[in-house]
Design a protein around this ligand. Structure first.
Ligand code: ZN
Length: 119
């Protein structure tokens, strides 16, 4: 095959085989962020909010209405999720619209929901 494909396979090999080389323990900062992220997911209200935001960009009001939560509860949890870089918002006038920061933790959430629901 082409030169670049060969290079890609070498790169992939070294990436996947790093566990057979010198073990690199997780640094303190990474460990903290990972466990904080799982703590964020260990709350029914936050899971409900994230599941809704994962679908599409949505306003604080709409989240509160859809999930029958108070606006202050939703705002409080959204600040928490924003601090952990799980969600992002844009402001349009006085309305804040929330969306997923990226798909990494959303993928974990979807996979975990799938695991909870399958036989
Ligand atoms: Zn499963």
């Amino acid at each position: 095959m082409t030169h670049s494909t060969h290079e890609d396979s070498i790169h992939e090999h070294s990436f996947h085989s790093h566990s057979t080389g010198a073990y690199q323990p997780l640094d303190e900062e990474t460990l903290f962020m990972v466990t904080q992220t799982f703590k964020a997911l260990a709350d029914p209200t936050r899971v409900r909010i994230l599941h809704l935001i994962a679908e599409r960009e949505i306003s604080v009001n709409e989240i509160a209405d859809t999930l029958s939560l108070s606006q202050s509860t939703v705002s409080h949890q959204l600040r928490f999720l924003k601090n952990l870089r799980l969600v992002n918002f844009r402001r349009a006038g006085t309305t804040l619209y929330y969306s997923p920061e990226d798909q990494h933790v959303m993928t974990i959430l979807r996979q975990t929901i799938h695991h909870a629901q399958h036989d």
